[in-house]
Design a protein around this ligand. Structure first.
Ligand code: HEC
Ligand code: HEC
Length: 307
């Protein structure tokens, strides 16, 4: 913030404070001193108002709030870029809370994070902690049951964009992922998009109603344009996160309109990186949790629900 705007805000704030003080002073000064039976002259629906002074305690409350404002502006940030005598910041408060949390739970996380995935799978307490990390950070996108939704992959189904080995899941979480499906509309034109989309839907067993000629043309386009990433047989490529197009799992929908939209405009799903946010230890635990649910292993919560 430039010092001009800081000064501007200080002037505005102090002027307002001064005006309010003056308003209070002039109101107290101009009103009569003793109680009276006279009314102000206003009447509304038969209700009239005595022209009496404000109660003294009321005036003092105003004075106190004004004093409070002055003391507050001195101690805390509020006046332009003045940081406040106490040096309080919301970031500092967050850091203190995090440090406290880390002292309390850090030891627990550290001892569990040192264990191998096979050990963690046998440890319901570790999986429950992983589940809690999931609920707090991941459920917002992948849904609370981890079954995902449009654009957000299902993490339970054993079908993977990038791979379901423990180390791959952990790498996905630590560094994030970014799907790179290019937009093919400008390259193939509307007709080409329709043909290759029909071919791709046909590959996963959908009855597209497209003519044999269109499917044949779509196949040709597929081999020249798409097979580099999705493989010649459509089975996908986990190193690129290019999905298998022959199965019935669709990240972006399987309808004619949806697949054509995907092919025409491309798709770029973003999985954020978590290393800096959660730290390696929590990532380790939540990876074990994902690994366990993707292999159909019940978690403690599942087991409780089944009972
Ligand atoms: C902002 C939304 C968002 C959040 C929050 C999020 N993810 Fe993701 N995640 C995605 C998207 C989108 C993808 C798919 C990326 C792509 O299309 O290439 C993904 C992909 C994944 C994958 C790879 C799936 C596969 O098939 O290979 C895993 C595993 C995963 N997320 C786990 C997690 C975990 C665990 C968390 C919490 C720590 C989390 N995600 C938080 C959006 C999110
Ligand atoms: C550069 C590699 C690349 C090429 C070439 C490519 N794709 Fe993709 N495709 C991807 C990736 C990566 C994704 C996943 C995008 C995401 O996760 O957001 C994807 C997603 C898709 C999907 C969505 C699948 C679903 O589950 O919803 C379809 C359909 C698709 N591609 C069809 C095609 C067709 C048809 C072509 C050729 C015209 C093609 N792709 C060419 C990389 C590629």
């Amino acid at each position: 913030m430039s010092s001009f705007w800081s000064g501007w805000i200080i002037v505005l704030t102090l002027t307002c404070l001064g005006l309010v003080t003056y308003l209070l002073y002039s109101t107290v000064k101009s009103q009569r001193k003793e109680l009276t039976d006279e009314t102000t002259g206003h009447a509304f629906d038969g209700i009239e108002e005595y022209d009496n002074p404000m109660p003294q305690w009321w005036t003092w409350m105003f004075v106190l709030t004004l004093l409070f404002a002055v003391v507050y502006f001195f101690l805390y940030p509020g006046l332009g870029s003045w940081k406040g005598y106490l040096g309080w910041t919301s970031a500092g408060e967050l850091e203190a809370a995090q440090a406290k949390h880390d002292r309390k739970y850090g030891e627990q996380f550290r001892s569990l994070a040192a264990k191998s995935v096979d050990e963690l799978l046998e440890n319901p307490k570790a999986l429950a902690m992983g589940e809690r990390v999931f609920t707090n950070n991941c459920a917002i996108c992948h849904a609370s049951d981890a079954r995902g939704s449009f654009g957000f992959p299902n993490l339970r189904d054993g079908d993977w964009l990038y791979g379901g080995e423990f180390d791959t899941i952990k790498a996905t979480l630590l560094h994030g992922r970014q799907g790179q499906m290019p937009a093919w509309g400008p390259v193939l034109g509307e007709k080409g998009v329709a043909q290759v989309s029909a071919f791709v839907r046909n590959m996963s067993g959908i009855d597209t109603g497209a003519s044999a000629a269109d499917l044949e043309a779509g196949k040709g386009l597929y081999q020249t344009t798409c097979s580099v990433c999705h493989a010649a047989d459509g089975s996908g490529n986990k190193a690129l996160g290019a999905p298998n197009l022959t199965d019935n799992t669709w990240l972006y929908g399987s309808s004619k309109a949806q697949v054509e939209y995907t092919v025409r405009n491309g798709r770029n799903g973003v999985m954020p990186p978590w290393e800096a946010i959660l730290g390696e230890e929590k990532v380790h635990l939540v990876s074990a949790y994902i690994y366990s649910i993707s292999r159909g292993k019940g978690t403690p919560a599942d087991a409780a629900a089944e009972k």
